[in-house]
Unconditional design. Structure first.
Ligand SMILES: [Zn+2]
Length: 402
């Protein structure tokens, strides 16, 4: 692995790097952090949360208010976790822009909009590359932060669908497809502490974090009520993505993919790092203000549509059930008719057989009678019974020979 420069505090220098180096240094930061975390103790892991063993709970240490965690705390944590799972996990991966903004803490939205005067606001971000269907964004850290940059990743979960729709379509239609895709379901990631310690747990439960890493350790100190969903960097980056400038660059990659270039899942083959000129050009088009009220309204409409669809599905279920029941009834009627038909046929067959047997018998009787008459006549004409029987056989033979 390449060695990256560190500052006097031991932090990696993330400014002035090429998009490729920028991407790599954050991979390194991520790996270092994972290593450190593995050595850390006192985490509220799923096992501790489930078992609620008193010794384990005491090992968690104290709350911010200075008292130890209790079983009740853990119970409420578990309730919160279940609530989050219910709230965000659909059957599909990802979260829409509207849902993400609507459920964010308003302080995070204010910071994303640089609507704060304590230096914690976001002032700039640059779209630096595409790793297949993941947008790589460099968000400049706030003035207050000890960091210089953060890497936000946004993965478009409806990429394949958009790709199919875009293929062979005209430019106008493709732009609409791209616009729809960037506001539709995405998975996200940011390397900042806020996302890691406050939100990744929620995003893991809700199935909209780019994994690895997944986060299973309950944020018992930072975010025990599990409020909010994303840090200011993610909110800022995803809102910028709603602007036509960044979108058109995503569309360019989508088009290349649709044409069969770079197609596949090998990230080495599919990562595109933009040139400095391109990055500058992309930054001219700015849509940086996140409107939480509009997002909430949109999310509510979306939710209402989903509910209506669910209602329709239920109604359809009912109709389907009635239809099936009718079909079953019809099938049963048919079966009864069929049964009757078969029984009649059987009866006819039996009757026919009986008739045929009777005829056979009649024929046999007639033959026996004819034989006897023939023999009697021969005997009366002076033949011995033996001669008469032989004469009869000759007579039958001569008849069969005809
Ligand atoms: Zn962040």
């Amino acid at each position: 692995m390449a060695d990256f420069e560190k500052d006097r505090f031991g932090r990696y220098v993330t400014q002035g790097l090429s998009p490729k180096q920028f991407d790599k240094v954050f991979d390194t930061i991520h790996q270092d952090r994972q290593k450190r975390r593995r050595q850390k103790a006192r985490q509220l892991t799923p096992a501790v949360l489930k078992n609620k063993n008193l010794d384990e709970i005491l090992k968690l240490g104290k709350k911010q208010v200075g008292t130890f965690f209790t079983i009740d705390d853990l119970k409420s944590f578990e309730r919160n976790r279940k609530q989050v799972r219910k709230q965000y996990t659909g059957t599909q991966t990802g979260i829409t822009h509207a849902q993400l903004v609507a459920n964010s803490r308003s302080i995070d939205v204010k910071r994303a909009n640089n609507n704060v005067d304590d230096g914690s606001g976001i002032t700039s971000a640059a779209f630096k590359g595409m790793r297949h269907n993941v947008a790589l964004i460099d968000v400049t850290a706030s003035q207050r932060s000890v960091h210089k940059n953060h890497r936000v990743e946004i993965r478009f979960e409806t990429w394949d669908e958009a790709l199919e729709d875009a293929a062979g379509n005209d430019v106008g239609a493709q732009q609409r497809i791209a616009k729809k895709m960037v506001k539709d379901r995405v998975s996200v990631n940011c390397n900042c502490g806020r996302y890691q310690y406050w939100y990744r747990y929620i995003a893991t439960a809700g199935n909209f974090t780019i994994a690895p890493p997944k986060e299973y350790v309950y944020p018992k100190l930072k975010n025990p009520t599990l409020e909010g969903v994303a840090c200011k960097h993610i909110i800022h980056a995803l809102t910028r993505m709603q602007g036509s400038g960044w979108q058109s660059r995503v569309l360019m990659t989508l088009r290349k993919n649709a044409a069969g270039e770079h197609y596949g899942d090998d990230p080495k083959k599919t990562t595109e790092y933009f040139t400095d000129d391109e990055i500058k050009r992309l930054n001219r088009n700015r849509k940086s203000q996140t409107n939480q009220r509009a997002a909430r309204a949109e999310f509510n409409r979306y939710q209402a549509r989903l509910d209506a669809l669910a209602g329709k599905l239920k109604a359809t279920d009912k109709q389907q059930l009635t239809k099936t029941r009718k079909q079953l009834l019809k099938a049963r009627t048919i079966t009864q008719k069929e049964q009757a038909r078969r029984e009649a046929a059987q009866r006819k067959l039996e009757e026919a057989t009986a008739e045929r047997d009777a005829l056979k018998q009649q024929l046999a009787d007639t033959l026996i009678m004819q034989k006897q008459i023939f023999i009697d006549a021969q005997v009366m004409a002076g033949k011995t019974p033996e001669q008469a029987r032989r004469a009869y056989l000759e007579h039958v033979k001569s008849k069969l020979g005809n």
